[in-house]
Design a protein around this ligand. Structure first.
Ligand code: HEM
Ligand SMILES: [Cu+2]
Length: 532
C-alpha cells in the first residue's frame, strides 16, 4: 500500500503563497510581516506630512500652506507617527516575530487574538485615513480640550475613533505577550535567562495593558462631551479642561516608554553581539527596565507645569522625573561598559545601535532641563520640546527599530542585505537627523514657539538648516526600503546563523519553519554566552 506524503513546507514563507493564506494566518511570524507592511506604509505617510511641515517653515511667511492646512498637517503627522508607527513598531513587528523564537515557543499564547490585533490596527488606520480624506483634524495629536470638544469643527470624532480602535490592538498584543512569557518558555528558560529584548517586551506589555485603557476611556469621554453635551471637560457644564490633560498624560507619558523600552531591549541585543561580549550587569539591566516601566506611571504631571496644577504637585512631579533618569542612565552606563574592551565590529546594526545610544543620551539629558520646573516655564511649547522628544523617539526608537530590522533581516527573509549600502544609510541618517533636530534646540532656547506656521525672520537660518536636514533624512529613510527590497530577490542566502550569534532564534533555520523549532530547545545557560 502506498501513502501519499504531503510536502511539509520548509519555511513559514512557503506555507502558502496566496493572499488568503496570509490574511487568515495564525503564525506569529507572518503576522509580524503583515504588521511590518502596515507600519512601513504609515511611516512614509507620516513622513510626507513632516516634509510638508518642514518645507512650509523654510521661509518666515506662511506661504506654502494656509494656517489651517498647517494645523491639519502636524496633527496628521503626530497621530500617524505616534499611534500607527512608534507605539506598534517594535512590539508588533520584531516583538511578534522574535518573542516566541527567543523563548523557544512554537507561537504566542493566543494566535487568533494576535491576528485580530492586526485587523484592529488596520481598522483604526482606515478611520484615520478616512478622516484625512474628509478634510483632516486640526487639534494636534493630543486632542486637548476645550478645543477638541467645543471649537474644532473638523473631524475630531473620526480621528479619535481611529486611535480608540488601535488602542485595543495594543492592549491585546500586550495581553498576548504577558501570557506567552509566563506560560510558553522552553525548559530551562528561567526568568533570569531571558534575553533583554524579551524582558523589554514583557515590561512594555505591562504598560500597554495598564495604561492604554485610560486612553480609551479619555477618548470615549471626548465623544460623550462632543456628541451629547455631557459636562466632563467644559467648565460651563461643570467640567474641568485640566482633567483632560491629567487623563491624557496618565496614558501618554507611560506611552513614551512604550516607544523607547523596546528600543532599549533591541539595542542591548545589538551591542552585546556587536561587541561579542556578555552584556555588562544583566541583572541591573532587568531591574532598570522594570524600574522605568513602573516609575513611568508617576511622572505625567511634568507635561502640565504651566497648565494650572498646584505648585506642590509640580515639585513632586519634577523630583520624580529626575528619578526616572536614574534607570535610563544605568542602561547607558552598562551599554558603555559592555563596549569597553569589546571586540567591536562596526557593521550596520552596530552603527544604528551606537547612534541610538548617543541620540538617546542627548534626548534624555534635555529631558532633565524640561523636568526642572523653572526652566520648563520658559521652554514649554517651544521648539526645545520638539527637539527633545524627536531626539528620543526618532533618534532613539527609530534607530533601534532599523538596527533590529537589519540584524534579524536574514532570519526573517533568509537573505543577506548589502552591508555597504546599509552602513552608508545609517551614517547618512545620523547626519541628517542631527542637522534636522539640533537646530530646533537652539530655536526653542531662543524662544521660537511650536505649532506656528509663521515665525520671526531672525529664526530663519536655523529653520533652513533644519529643513535641509529633514530632506537628507528623508532620502536616508528611503534607502533601506530600496536595498532591503532588492535583497529579497538578489540577496545572498543566509545560513541559520550568519552572524555567529547566541540566542535561540539563531538555532533554527532562516527563515524558520512554520512551527519554529523541529525539536523544543533545552536551555542550559543564560543569554549572551560570548567568549569575553
Ligand atoms: C530622562 C527621561 C525623560 C525626562 C526627564 C523627560 C522629561 C520631559 C518633560 C519635562 C517634558 C515636558 C516638556 C514640556 O511640555 O514643556 C517632556 C516632553 C515630552 N517627552 Fe520627555 N522626558 C524623558 C524621556 C522621554 C522619552 C523616553 C520619550 C519618548 C520615547 C519622551 C517623549 C516626550 C514627548 C513626546 C514629549 C512632548 C509631548 C508633547 O507636548 O507633545 N521623553 N519630557
Ligand atoms: Cu512625560
Amino acid at each position: 500500500m502506498s501513502t501519499v506524503e504531503l510536502p511539509t513546507p520548509r519555511s513559514y514563507l512557503e506555507e502558502g503563497f496566496g493572499l488568503r493564506s496570509w490574511l487568515t494566518t495564525h503564525d506569529h511570524k507572518r503576522i509580524a510581516v503583515l504588521y511590518g507592511i502596515g507600519i512601513t506604509f504609515f511611516f512614509f505617510l507620516g513622513g510626507l506630512a513632516a516634509a510638508l511641515i518642514r518645507w512650509e517653515l523654510v521661509t518666515p511667511a506662511g506661504d506654502l500652506l494656509s494656517a489651517e492646512t498647517y494645523n491639519k498637517a502636524f496633527t496628521f503627522h503626530g497621530v500617524v507617527m505616534v499611534w500607527f508607527f512608534l507605539i506598534p513598531s517594535i512590539p508588533a513587528t520584531l516583538g511578534n516575530f522574535l518573542l516566541p523564537l527567543m523563548i523557544g515557543a512554537r507561537d504566542v499564547a493566543f494566535p487568533r487574538l494576535n491576528l485580530f490585533s492586526w485587523y484592529l490596527y488596520m481598522g483604526g488606520g482606515v478611520f484615520t485615513l478616512a478622516c484625512l480624506l474628509l478634510g483632516g483634524v486640526d487639534t494636534g495629536w493630543t486632542f486637548y480640550t476645550p478645543f477638541s470638544t467645543m471649537f474644532s469643527n473638523s473631524h475630531v470624532m473620526m480621528a479619535v475613533a481611529g486611535v480608540f480602535i488601535v488602542g485595543f490592538s495594543s492592549i491585546f498584543t500586550g495581553l498576548n505577550f504577558i501570557v506567552t512569557v509566563h506560560t510558553l518558555r522552553a525548559p530551562g528558560m528561567t526568568w533570569m535567562r531571558l534575553p533583554l529584548f524579551v524582558w523589554s517586551m514583557y515590561a512594555v506589555a505591562l504598560v500597554m495593558i495598564l495604561a492604554t485603557p485610560v486612553l480609551a476611556m479619555t477618548l470615549a469621554l471626548i465623544g460623550l462631551e462632543r456628541l451629547f453635551g455631557v459636562g466632563i471637560f467644559d467648565p460651563a457644564l461643570g467640567g474641568d479642561p485640566v482633567l483632560f490633560q491629567h487623563f491624557f498624560w496618565f496614558y501618554s507619558h507611560p506611552a513614551v516608554y512604550i516607544m523607547i523600552l523596546p528600543g532599549m531591549g533591541l539595542v542591548s541585543e545589538l551591542i552585546t553581539h556587536g561587541a561579542r561580549r556578555r552584556i555588562f550587569g544583566y541583572r541591573f539591566m532587568v531591574y532598570a527596565i522594570i524600574g522605568i516601566a513602573v516609575v513611568g506611571f508617576l511622572v505625567w504631571g511634568h507635561h502640565m507645569f504651566v497648565a494650572g496644577q498646584s505648585m506642590y504637585a509640580s515639585i513632586v512631579f519634577s523630583i520624580l522625573s529626575f528619578i526616572i533618569a536614574v534607570p535610563s542612565a544605568i542602561k547607558v552606563f552598562n551599554w558603555t561598559a559592555t563596549l569597553y574592551k569589546g571586540d567591536i565590529s562596526f557593521d550596520a546594526p552596530m552603527l544604528y545601535a551606537l547612534g541610538f545610544v548617543g541620540l538617546f543620551m542627548l534626548g534624555g539629558l534635555t529631558g532633565l532641563f524640561l523636568a526642572a520646573t523653572a526652566l520648563d516655564v520658559n521652554l514649554t511649547d517651544t521648539y526645545f520640546v520638539v527637539a527633545h522628544f524627536h531626539y528620543i523617539m526618532v533618534g532613539g526608537a527609530v534607530m533601534a527599530y532599523l538596527g533590529g530590522i537589519h540584524y534579524w533581516w536574514p532570519k526573517i527573509t533568509g537573505r543577506m542585505y548589502s552591508e555597504a549600502w546599509a552602513r552608508f544609510a545609517a551614517i547618512l541618517m545620523f547626519f541628517g537627523f542631527n542637522l534636522t533636530f539640533f537646530p530646533q534646540y537652539i530655536l526653542g532656547w531662543e524662544g521660537m514657539p511650536r505649532r506656528y506656521h509663521e515665525y520671526l525672520p531672525q529664526f530663519q537660518v536655523w529653520n533652513v538648516l533644519s529643513s535641509a536636514g529633514a530632506t537628507i533624512l528623508g532620502v536616508a529613510y528611503l534607502m533601506p526600503l530600496l536595498y532591503l527590497a532588492w535583497s529579497l530577490r538578489h540577496g545572498e542566502r543566509a545560513g541559520s546563523n550568519p552572524w555567529d550569534a547566541t540566542g535561540l532564534e539563531w538555532q533554527t533555520s532562516s527563515p524558520p519553519p512554520p512551527h519554529n523549532f523541529d525539536e523544543t530547545p533545552l536551555v542550559t545557560e543564560g543569554p549572551y554566552a560570548y567568549r569575553r
